[in-house]
Ligand binder design. Structure first.
Ligand SMILES: Cc1cc2nc3c(=O)[nH]c(=O)nc-3n(C[C@H](O)[C@H](O)[C@H](O)COP(=O)(O)OP(=O)(O)OC[C@H]3O[C@@H](n4cnc5c(N)ncnc54)[C@H](O)[C@@H]3O)c2cc1C
Length: 418
């Protein structure tokens, strides 16, 4: 692969390796002067690039080992959530949450603090109970939650070494039913934002900022009649929103077939928590993305601030998604010690046209202390990241400890992780 999934980054790495065993991978790491893992390449910036080698873990054995007694699964780091989910479900277990797509690798998603939605759901890296890592000199180390370095190492941006396996917490398998509502006026959110976000296991709001309304509202409820978070209404208008009469795609103009089953039909967690099905291109395919995560208490004033930039955003926007994520304790997590609201933007694939609007969004959100998503397009300078990610200095100490000579550094870390 010479570019990322979105095609906006052409990788400069002069060498690409795909070892077939952990022993070969260790040899690749030991020999390389500079190295980075390239997983499924879904980051929208040059995070996965390297001035030396890029290495793929896709050739390693696809281990998914469930430990039922411990309620944990050990997975090969290069597997995608789609590859893990079916095997985990067949063993009777589930991950608590998933992102909008199952195509991304487990390690790549966790490395950047990737998240789904739900006020009680933490981001995906919070499920990590332990990790195996090859450090710069080829040593294999294990980290678990008891290790003082663990909260610093869970969201690592690829800067600490090569993660070979992750141990994830799992829960008993569960079913979800998904319903889409349309046309909720934005003003309803002034008084009901928190209530609507808490009205199902996972809720996503979508708007195109063309008119002051949510184009769609996706409710993913536990398909359990005793679940208190299940929406109390199904076929009826709800908070001035009307139930979609047929399946929808959140991206305007794209077919609903690409999306997971809706209309309240219950189904397994891995077939409902993501919006997009693994066998189709997720989202628009032809796009850029940015995302900012801020304290959940700022959701309504942030919505108003964004609304004031609605016309400028709408010109280069495919869709905006608003989600909630629970706080965690991971140093580089965008949800570090704060219950979070996330404002996500799927832009048209035109970097020159999009960047000024990204900067505008950052200005509008600035009073609300936004943390940019590490894996998406942002213009926040290093100083701004240090101000928002308060444990960044501790993380840099950790990176120097594991990688004193800078084998895993690249242009991205030079720009932002100084
Ligand atoms: C269509 C689409 C939808 C998305 N939806 C969401 C969403 O719902 N929520 C959200 O939060 N994000 C979302 N993202 C962003 C995405 O989750 C992140 O960019 C994520 O990092 C992609 O994972 P990847 O496996 O493709 O990683 P890559 O892009 O391949 O790598 C990302 C980083 O992780 C490092 N890395 C990967 N594997 C390893 C490893 N084994 N050891 C060490 N370092 C490693 C790489 O070196 C790089 O630094 C979306 C992206 C796309 C394209």
């Amino acid at each position: 692969m010479t570019s990322n999934w979105a095609g906006n980054i052409t990788f400069a790495a002069p060498e690409f390796r795909r070892p077939a065993s952990i022993a070969d991978l260790r040899a690749v790491v030991t020999r390389a002067r500079q190295l980075r893992v390239l997983a499924t390449g879904h980051a929208f910036n040059d995070l996965a690039d390297s001035p030396g080698a890029q290495v793929s873990l896709a050739g390693l054995p696809p281990e998914v080992d469930v430990d039922s007694a411990a309620a944990q699964v050990r997975v090969a780091a290069g597997l995608s959530y789609a590859e893990v989910a079916g095997r985990l479900d067949r063993a009777g277990f589930a991950l608590r949450n998933l992102a909008s797509l199952p195509h991304i690798s487990v390690a790549g998603a966790c490395a950047t603090g990737t998240h789904g939605s739900g006020p009680a759901n933490q981001n995906l890296s919070a499920a990590i109970a332990g990790a195996e890592l090859i450090t710069a000199d080829g040593d294999m180390i294990e980290l678990d939650r008891g290790d003082p370095a663990f909260p610093g190492a869970a969201v690592h941006l690829g800067a600490l070494g090569v993660v070979t396996r992750l141990i994830l917490d799992v829960v008993p398998s569960f079913d979800i039913s998904q319903r889409v509502y349309e046309g909720l006026p934005l003003e309803v959110l002034d008084d009901h934002f928190a209530e609507i976000m808490a009205s199902a296991y996972s809720v996503s709001m979508f708007t195109d900022w063309r008119v002051p309304r949510l184009t769609q509202l996706w409710l993913k409820a536990l398909a359990d009649p005793d679940d208190p978070s299940a929406p109390s209404v199904t076929e009826e208008p709800w908070f001035d929103a009307t139930p979609a009469p047929s399946a929808r795609n959140p991206v305007p103009g794209l077919p609903p077939e690409n999306c997971t089953e809706q209309l309240g039909v219950p189904g397994p967690w891995f077939d409902r928590l993501p919006h997009f099905r693994p066998e189709f291109t997720p989202s628009a395919g032809d796009e850029l993305q940015s995302e900012y995560l801020l304290p959940a208490g700022y959701a309504v004033p942030a919505l108003h601030a964004l609304h004031r930039a609605g016309d400028q955003m709408a010109r280069v926007l495919r869709i905006c998604e608003i989600r909630r994520i629970a706080a965690d304790d991971l140093w580089l997590s965008p949800c570090y010690r704060q219950d979070t609201v996330a404002f996500h933007f799927t832009w048209i694939p035109d970097t020159a046209a999009v960047l000024p609007v990204v900067a505008l969004v950052e200005r509008q959100l600035d009073p609300f202390t936004p943390r940019p998503h590490w894996g998406k397009v942002f213009t926040t300078p290093a100083a701004g990241l240090h101000a928002r990610y308060e444990r960044l200095p501790d993380f840099l100490d950790l990176a120097r400890h594991y990688d004193p000579a800078g084998k895993f550094r690249n242009a991205y870390t030079a720009r932002y992780l100084r």
